[in-house]
Design a protein around this ligand. Structure first.
Ligand code: TRP
Length: 333
């Protein structure tokens, strides 16, 4: 018998426009996985509302994210691509897992501590139980691997703990997932505050490059990138965060090693590095931006993709949910 292919699930919240960080750190790597794994990728809109969203923006960004996933090379024929809220099993399994997740565990999540300190006027229960929803996302598909940035590793570890606890009571219901973290690009940092992950927030719009940004905006963002008071282009992510981040981006965008980059810029200044990285990123994103704009105009096509995706996803998800409902003692419909 043919060996069962391993499964992968990942997602990105449509709470901001997709950034260069999400492309280099996530989506670009996902594209290659379809040959070897059963892959599920979602727009995590249920997760997005843990922070207040403008409804029309959320809707627009969710569809834009789908168009951009496809434009980045994620083929919806080879991958199951769906909108999280279209697969009701996520919310349902989340409730069950809420009852197998401890208050203390959730209190220790660094993302919760961080987000609640930044959002003190809206520390809602969803923000707190967010990791149980993420566990539901992963466990519904019996995912073996979960490609995430290192900021999400703790959530995947908690998912394992929840799965071990549940399996310990009910037998082997859930596959134990592993985080799958790329070596380079795992964390593309902000161009203006290189201590922070690149993300689209109002406080730091200058530090972020979005996939749909114009070439002029991209060049401007790189020219303004924060570096340090030395002059040497050298990879040192501890002492030279800004320069090392530019080198990471350049290394992926131009497919060069850090050593090659150090040689290329020996005796040259940061200005030249910034221009080279900016230009490489402009060329990297140009075809993605053009294809995503084209797809966004094809509403019927996008609709067929997310409908088919949700249907496929729900098939897998329902198999797991049914098992869970039976194990915990719900009467079968
Ligand atoms: N929490 C993730 C983030 O903020 C997004 C996400 C939601 C996710 N569900 C997931 C990632 C399941 C991997 C698997 O980036």
């Amino acid at each position: 018998m043919e060996e069962k292919r391993k499964s992968i699930l990942s997602g990105i919240k449509p709470s901001g426009d997709l950034t260069l960080g999400s492309y280099l750190g996530a989506i670009k790597n996902w594209v290659k996985l379809a040959d070897d794994y059963d892959c599920y990728y979602m727009m995590a809109d249920l997760h997005a509302i843990t922070v207040r969203q403008e409804a029309s923006d959320l809707r627009r960004r969710t569809l834009a994210q789908l168009a951009q996933y496809i434009a980045c090379g994620l083929d919806p024929k080879k991958n199951t691509v769906f909108i999280q809220s279209h697969v009701h099993q996520h919310a349902e399994l989340c409730w069950v897992l809420d009852c197998y997740t401890m208050f203390g565990e959730l209190s220790r999540m660094t993302q919760f501590k961080d987000k609640s300190s930044k959002n003190s006027e809206n520390i809602n229960a969803g923000l707190f139980t967010y990791p149980a929803l993420m566990a539901a996302d992963i466990l519904l598909y019996q995912a073996d691997l979960v490609p995430v940035g290192d900021d999400q590793k703790q959530h995947v570890e908690l998912t394992r703990d929840i799965a071990v606890r549940f399996n310990g009571i009910y037998g082997n219901v859930f596959t134990l997932p592993e985080p799958f973290i790329p070596k380079v690009g795992a964390r593309i940092m902000s161009l203006s505050v290189p201590e922070n992950k690149m993300s689209k927030s109002e406080q730091d719009s200058g530090g972020c490059v979005c996939l749909m940004d114009s070439p002029d905006d991209i060049m401007r963002a790189f020219k303004r990138a924060v570096t340090d008071s030395e002059t040497a282009v050298r990879y040192d992510p501890v002492n030279k965060k800004g320069v090392s981040n530019l080198m990471s981006i350049y290394s992926i965008a131009a497919d060069k090693t850090f050593e090659q980059i150090e040689n290329e810029f020996a005796g040259k200044g940061y200005g030249e590095l910034k221009t080279a990285v900016g230009e490489a990123v402009v060329e990297l994103l140009r075809p993605i931006r053009e294809e995503a704009s084209r797809l966004l105009a094809e509403k019927a096509y996008l609709q067929s993709v997310y409908r088919e995706g949700a249907q496929k996803a729900a098939g897998t998800a329902q198999r797991t949910l049914r098992k869970v409902y039976k194990k915990v003692g719900f009467v079968e419909r």
